[in-house]
Design a protein around this ligand. Structure first.
Ligand code: SF4
Ligand code: SF4
Length: 380
C-alpha cells in the first residue's frame, strides 16, 4: 500500500468517526426507550443480588408526597386510595431524612409522585429542591398547580413528566372529571416549566404523557402539536393499565390505535420526540415470560403516611408493609428480617395480584434470563 492510499484511507476513517461523533452529539441526553430497562447499567448491584440472593439497597425509590388529588380521572390507577380516608402528607424533615437514608443505601434516583397530585403538598417545592442536591430527582404531576411563580422547584430535576389526558378543555374535563379551566392550568404548567428551563438553561427533560383511551385517542396528535409548539422535549402515549384493586373498569382495544405511532412520528424534530409505547401496547394482556418477580427488590415505594413497600402495587396491603419511616430509619427497614420475608414472599407468589403492565417488567425479563439462561447465552 503506498503512502497516498494509506492517507486516503485514514482520511475516510477519520471522516466516518467525525460523522459518528456528530450523530452522537445530536442524540438526546435521555433514553427515550421508556419500555426498556436500565438495570444493565448497574452491574455491581445486579452482581451483588446474583451472589447473595438479596439486593444491597434500592436503586430507585418512588415517594408519595400526599394522598390527595385535585382531579378524579376516569382511568386513575390509584382511585381506590386517592382522596380516601385520612389525609396524609409527607413533611419536609421526614422527606429529607428519607432521602439522606436512601442515598446512604446506594439509591441513585427518586421519583416524587404517588397516590395523588404531589404538588398539593404545600412543602413539595422545598422537598423536591432539597432532594435534588442529594439524589437524581424526577417529578410526575398533572401540572395544574405549576406556574411561573413556583417553577423554581424544577431547577435541580433530572426529568419532569406531565400527565395530560385530554386535548382540549372539554375532553380534559371529561377524562380528568374536573372543570374545563383545569386544562388551561395544566398547559400553563408545561409552559411555565419550559420557560424556566430556557431562561435558566436547565438540563431537565420535560415531557407530556397521555394514557390512551377511547375518550382521548382522537386528539392525541392535536395535543402532541400543542406540546411541541410550547417547546417540551417529548410527548409520549402509553396504554391504560389497570391496577387489580382499581374501582374503574376502563376497557380499551388497542389494535385500532397501533398506527398512531407512525402518525405521531411525523411530528418528530431534532428537539422534539414522540414516544409511542409500542412494546407496552403489545404486552398489554399478554403472558409474561417469567413466573417470579425479582425486580421489586431493586426499588421501594414510600407512601405519604411513611409506610414503606417494595412495590407501589401493594401499597396499603399490610401483608407487604416492610416498615414506617416515622418510627424507623430506612436503613434499618431495609436490613430487617421483615423486609427479607416480604421480598421472598413476592418472589414466591408468582405475581398473583400484580399489575398487567408493571414498571419492572423489562427488568424482570432480564433478571429472569440471568437466573434461567437460554441455551446459546454463552455465545456473546
Ligand atoms: S391526576 Fe393522577 S392521581 Fe389524580 S386522579 Fe388523575 S390519574 Fe389519579
Ligand atoms: S411484578 Fe408485581 S411485585 Fe413485581 S414489581 Fe411488578 S407489580 Fe410489583
Amino acid at each position: 500500500m503506498n503512502g497516498n492510499v494509506r492517507a486516503r484511507d485514514q482520511g475516510r476513517i477519520f471522516m466516518r468517526i467525525r460523522r459518528k461523533e456528530n450523530e452522537m452529539q445530536k442524540m438526546p441526553v435521555y433514553d427515550s426507550d421508556f419500555d426498556g430497562q436500565r438495570l444493565i447499567f448497574h452491574p455491581t448491584a445486579v452482581a451483588h443480588w446474583l451472589r447473595k440472593g438479596v439486593t444491597a439497597g434500592p436503586l430507585y425509590a418512588e415517594v408519595d408526597l400526599i394522598n390527595r388529588c385535585n382531579c378524579n380521572c376516569v382511568f386513575c390507577g390509584v382511585d381506590f386510595r386517592v382522596n380516601k380516608g385520612t389525609k396524609t402528607v409527607m413533611e419536609t424533615p421526614l422527606a429529607a431524612r428519607l432521602v439522606r437514608g436512601l442515598a446512604k443505601l446506594g439509591c441513585r434516583a427518586v421519583m416524587f409522585s404517588g397516590d395523588g397530585e404531589p404538588l398539593m403538598n404545600p412543602d413539595a417545592g422545598k422537598i423536591i429542591k432539597d432532594a435534588s442536591g442529594v439524589l437524581g430527582v424526577s417529578l410526575t404531576t398533572n401540572g395544574t398547580l405549576l406556574n411561573d411563580r413556583n417553577a423554581g422547584m424544577l431547577d435541580g430535576l433530572r426529568w419532569l413528566r406531565f400527565s395530560i389526558n385530554g386535548y382540549d378543555r372539554a375532553s380534559y374535563a371529561a377524562v380528568h372529571r374536573c372543570s374545563p379551566e383545569m386544562f388551561d392550568r395544566a398547559i400553563g404548567g408545561v409552559r411555565a416549566a419550559v420557560e424556566r428551563k430556557r431562561k435558566k438553561r436547565l438540563p431537565v427533560t420535560i415531557g407530556v404523557q397521555m394514557t390512551l383511551l377511547d375518550m382521548n385517542a382522537g386528539g392525541a396528535l392535536e395535543l402532541a402539536r400543542v406540546v411541541r409548539r410550547i417547546g417540551a422535549d417529548y410527548f409520549s402515549v402509553k396504554p391504560y393499565s389497570r391496577h387489580p384493586k382499581c374501582l374503574n373498569r376502563v376497557r380499551v382495544s388497542y389494535n385500532r390505535y397501533l398506527g398512531l405511532g407512525d402518525e405521531l412520528g411525523r411530528l418528530d424534530t431534532d428537539a422534539f420526540k414522540t414516544i409511542f409505547r409500542a412494546e407496552s401496547f403489545l404486552k398489554a394482556g399478554s403472558r409474561k415470560p417469567y413466573t417470579r418477580c425479582y425486580g421489586a427488590g431493586f426499588m421501594c415505594f414510600v407512601a405519604s403516611d411513611g409506610n414503606v413497600y417494595q412495590c407501589n402495587v401493594f401499597a396499603g396491603d399490610r401483608r407487604f408493609l416492610i416498615g414506617n419511616i416515622r418510627d424507623t430509619d430506612i436503613a434499618d427497614i431495609w436490613k430487617s428480617e421483615r423486609r427479607r420475608k416480604v421480598v421472598a414472599g413476592i418472589e414466591r407468589m408468582r405475581m398473583d395480584g400484580c399489575r398487567d403492565i408493571c414498571r419492572m417488567d423489562a427488568c424482570n425479563r432480564y433478571l429472569w434470563r440471568l437466573k434461567h439462561p437460554l441455551a446459546h447465552d454463552d455465545f456473546v
